[in-house]
Design a protein around this ligand. Structure first.
Ligand code: PMP
Length: 406
């Protein structure tokens, strides 16, 4: 049978992520230093692992409501209330789930793809940052919609000023990612307020992808939570700026957050999304026919883990960032990441190399990093992951610095 003839254009139009090609390089050659990784290099807390095993043994293995385990929804609603000042509504028992403004999703990716599907008709537009997380443009392709790129070079902040000229009658949403992948850049409170104000004036939804919210370094934690967040766990007294913390944001902002990066469990596929109840209702409906629910025993295990102390890990990553920056700055331009796991230095112009060419040269010296062109229309930078053992990171950065300084 000619299977190729049967493939839909939406699938054909997708590209393989360029990350895969470079990370395959790392797998294919023993002994290489792999700085291409987009997930934490620490293990899940043993108590949380035990809770997952316990949930499986206790036969918590069936479906949950599409919105998630109500107890976890309640816990999320409490955190959102204390952090953002939102009222997520009454969460009903599993037998009669009621509409609320927060649901558990199959990873942050599940929340984002459901949001795209709920919002975008064919030909509609969503404004995303450039550089972007690789899912952002491709999920638009899946909906026959168009991702409009907002050029954020050289400081990687998606300002209202940069977004405004891109809004058209087809624009449904603006997607902000802070701290950002691949740059680590954090939007200031002022930038968040201006962007939300613009979105409100133009009746465009603001989606805030905050998957790295807990992974924000000390200097970038400039906001206070709306309430007593610390009473709910080890959340810290200061937070990454968020447009969702602005007055009445619940009406106009869709917040997407995850557990994978914070607690080192990217494979558990757990995230959550909160926003206007009318929209969350649509996301829940779509979840019913796509992912159904997030993995049940893992939702139960997460219930006890949410809000456990990750500050020592974040401090360790901050120290790695500082060591990497200090050396990279001697040879190139690099924005200080306020959070996430990456640094995104520019390939020095005088080398006359693209990001891809530079990454190939680094791979030839046994270090795998990702070309900026995988995340951008430009291929002028490279993404270096900080999620690697300190010794590997130091040696990898040495190689990058010596290539850049050549
Ligand atoms: N958003 C951003 C900015 C990311 O970097 C990632 C993962 N790399 C995701 C969303 C998807 O995360 P998840 O594993 O929760 O689907």
């Amino acid at each position: 049978m000619d299977i190729d003839r049967l493939i839909a254009h939406r699938s054909r139009a997708l590209d393989w992520s360029g990350i895969r090609r470079f990370s395959a390089l790392a797998r294919s050659r023993p002994g290489v230093i792999n700085l291409s990784i987009g997930q934490p290099d620490f293990a899940v807390d043993p108590r949380v692992k035990a809770a997952a095993v316990e949930a499986i043994l206790a036969d918590r293995n069936g479906y949950t409501p599409n919105q998630g385990v109500p107890e976890l929804q309640e816990a999320l609603a409490a955190v959102i209330r204390a952090d953002l000042g939102w009222d997520c509504g009454v969460i009903g028992p599993a037998s009669t789930p009621t509409p609320s403004s927060v649901i558990v999703t199959t990873g942050t990716s599940g929340a984002l793809t459901n949001a795209y599907m709920a919002l975008l008709n064919p030909g509609d537009e969503i404004i995303i940052p450039d550089p972007y997380f690789v899912l952002y443009p491709q999920a638009a392709t899946l909906c026959d919609a168009r991702a409009v790129l907002c050029d954020t070079y050289p400081d990687f902040v998606m300002t209202a000023q940069r977004v405004e000229p891109l809004i058209t009658p087809r624009t449904k949403a603006v997607l902000l990612n802070t701290p950002g992948n691949p740059t680590g850049a954090v939007a200031s409170s002022e930038h968040c307020a201006q962007l939300l104000d613009l979105c409100r004036r133009r009746n465009v939804l603001l989606i805030s992808d905050e998957i790295y919210d807990e992974f924000t370094f000390a200097q970038a934690r400039t906001e206070r939570p709306a309430g007593d967040l610390a009473a709910l766990g080890a959340f810290g007294l200061t937070r990454c700026p968020s447009p969702a913390r602005l007055p009445d944001a619940q009406r106009d902002v869709l917040v997407v957050r995850g557990f994978g990066k914070t607690y080192g469990m990217t494979g558990w596929r757990l995230g959550y999304v909160a926003g206007p109840t009318r929209l969350i209702e649509e996301l829940t409906k779509i979840q019913q026919y796509t992912y159904v629910c997030a993995p049940t025993p893992l939702q139960w295990a997460m219930l006890g883990a949410f809000g456990t102390d990750v500050s020592a890990t974040v401090a360790r990553y901050q120290a790695r960032r500082d060591r990497a920056l200090e050396r990279l700055r001697r040879v190139t331009d690099v924005v200080t990441p306020g959070g996430a796991f990456y640094v995104f230095p520019r390939v020095p112009e005088r080398l006359g190399m693209s990001g891809r060419e530079f990454c190939e040269a680094a791979a030839a010296r046994g270090v795998v990093i990702i070309p900026g062109g995988v995340f951008s229309t430009r291929d002028t930078h490279v993404r270096i992951s900080l999620a690697a053992p300190d010794g590997d990171l130091d040696r990898g950065i040495d190689t990058v610095v010596s290539l850049m300084g050549a």
